[in-house]
Design a protein around this ligand. Sequence first.
Ligand code: 13P
Length: 281
Amino acid sequence: MLVSGKELFQAAKQGGYAVGAFNVNNMEIIQAIIEAAEEENSPVFLQASQGGLKYAGIEYIASLAKTAAEKAKVPVALNLDHGTSFAQVALCIRHGFSAVMIDGSQLPFEENIAITQKVVDMARPCGVSVEAELGKIGGVEDDISVSHAVFTDPDEAAEFVERTQVDALAVAIGTAHGVYKGEPKLDFERLEKIRNATNIPLVLHGASGVPAEAIRKAVPLGICKINIDTELRQAFTKAVHEVVHNKPEEFDPRKLLGPAREAMKEVVKAKMRLFGSAGRA
Ligand code: 13P
């Protein structure tokens, strides 16, 4: 069933686990995630970035995701990942998204607060949850490259949450979008301070490639939603490469996309067990 992101955030915070949020661009990715969630009896966020919506078309993504959510036996929220404008958020709400992220992290503090407040004012009466971002998460997301990550300041986070009343906050504590060159080092002390200063569900972006040990440490410190994109892309592409390599004569797209769907499903299932959301639906 399709539920508000708020429901998933609150249950995760109370239950001391994190819900996986997986990026979607087509039917097979959506099916892989939903099948994994049902097999693990886990709540889940399906999420689309602005780039993903541009690629597939918002009507296609919204229809596919809503069909998947309505058929699913587990709670599913449909989230806009890294929305950068009020218009984009409004469009997604109009298409039935049950959660949105407004990412004003590139803006000065006061402007980030102002746009986030505006989004909360619109989304709350619609029953749609709002995630915001403070600090700058490094790496490449939707072809936008952030070379200098700026870690989230706990005092600023407290003021930001107080003034915006967001449902969840994405924090910059050492992760980055995309593929890591070395092992990421997370600032757990900072995470704990942000958790104590805000007392709302926190979101970890750029979690592909973050060691399991670090995830296990971050969840009890307040991380309630964990974003994964790159590891799904890698599983998808590796499976397609294998078919192309082993059976170069294959021309049925289903014979390439079917194994890719299975490979992504295994990745999602393992993440759900790691995040502690398995068995929590
Ligand atoms: P990764 O691509 O590193 O998994 O990050 C995904 C993400 O944070 C989407 O917002």
